[in-house]
Design a protein around this ligand. Structure first.
Ligand SMILES: C[S@@+](CC[C@H](N)C(=O)[O-])C[C@H]1O[C@@H](n2cnc3c(N)ncnc32)[C@H](O)[C@@H]1O
Length: 336
């Protein structure tokens, strides 16, 4: 069961967050700065990220035999910052063959590069790269909590954020928990039921006819699920109490191993962002000190780049993000 009482009463977190984030006046539907106004993704942290994704697109291009038209899909594009950065970073001959799409529920921002097609669904039959940065953590999910008798129940929430327990988790959601996030019988243990994310990812990755589908997110795997879940909220750059009233982002880390299996493709890899970015040439190594005397401006630029690379690959930060990398009809393009 995904909802509890009617629209006026408490509902499951999935229904409540769906309306709070994507309803007519939802958090992500409003105009303005978009996600960048509330939190910092890798895309906002440094142009090095878009540069690395552009290099990944070039490797996919090579693996595809340099097709006449190469697709780049920025899935859950925010304000299209990644698509913009990738187009800017591509070599001219690849950019000339690239069809860029930004897939987003919010409206097209004014002034976006006219080469970027803005849509609410990915195009069918993609030949190229579909890249979803911090999408799946915003696909709403229900939360299960173990009651005093040891039974996992769906958590119901009111618009003011107060919670109570609903019915026992049943059906496909119970099967998902048993397979991916078994809860013990200790009262208070919690889990996010990732089934809607598995389905969303399988549908998005399924639009790639040939090439690569990549999902990047805060993630955990079966070996280390957090015992009380990870439901969280952000507003104006700060973490805040999750309240499904449209005033804040509502997010939870992603069971990327479950998403991987939902779209079982040979050659699938799950790795940390620091490994993926290292494989794409992003390194936090400081420039040699000797450069400071021969080329002071170059040294300062290289130092700034190293600082940004360090942020993108940091332990305890963006470097711990998971990259789910799924090739469709091509070999390994990351190496390593
Ligand atoms: C955390 S933001 C990430 C934005 C951007 N990818 C970045 O990394 O900066 C998540 C975005 O996903 C969008 N989104 C959520 N579900 C979506 C869907 N089904 N289709 C398209 N966009 C979606 C939201 O509107 C929001 O802009």
């Amino acid at each position: 069961m995904t909802a509890g009482a009617g629209a006026d009463g408490p509902r499951g977190w999935r229904a409540a967050a769906q309306e709070a984030l994507y309803g007519p006046d939802g958090f992500y539907r409003r105009s303005g700065a978009g996600p960048a106004g509330h939190f910092r993704t890798s895309v906002h942290a440094s142009p090095l990220f878009a540069g690395a994704v552009a290099r990944l697109l070039c490797r996919v291009d090579e693996a595809l035999g340099r097709p006449a038209e190469l697709d780049f899909v920025d899935m859950a594009a925010g304000r299209g910052e990644l698509a913009t950065g990738v187009l800017a970073a591509l070599p001219a001959d690849v950019a000339a063959r690239t069809r860029a799409y930004a897939v987003e529920l919010a409206g097209r921002p004014a002034g976006l590069d006219h080469r970027i097609e803005w849509r609410t669904e990915p195009p069918a039959g993609i030949t190229g790269l579909l890249f979803a940065n911090e999408w799946l953590d915003n696909v709403p999910v229900d939360v299960a909590e173990v009651d005093p008798a040891g039974v996992p129940r769906t958590v119901l929430v009111r618009e003011d954020g107060t919670e109570r327990l609903g019915e026992p988790v049943a059906g496909a959601e119970a099967a998902w928990l048993a397979r991916w996030w078994p809860l013990g019988d200790e009262e208070g243990l919690r889990a996010e039921v990732g089934l809607p994310r598995d389905r969303s990812w399988a549908a998005a990755a399924g639009t790639v006819a040939r090439g690569l589908a990549v999902a990047v997110d805060y993630a955990h795997t079966a070996a280390a699920r957090p015992p009380f879940g990870t439901l969280a909220a952000f507003r104006d750059g700060r973490e805040t109490t999750p309240v499904p009233d449209g005033s804040c982002d509502i997010t939870a880390h992603v069971a990327l191993d479950a998403c991987a299996e939902a779209c079982a493709l040979p050659g699938t890899r799950l790795l940390a962002q620091r490994e993926a970015l290292n494989a794409l040439g992003v390194s936090g190594a400081r420039p040699p000190l000797a450069l400071a005397s021969t080329d002071p401006a170059g040294y300062v630029r290289a130092l700034a780049g190293a600082g940004e690379a360090a942020e993108l690959t940091a332990s305890g930060g963006l470097g711990d993000f998971g990259w789910l990398v799924q090739p469709v009809g091509i070999g390994d393009v990351l190496g390593g």
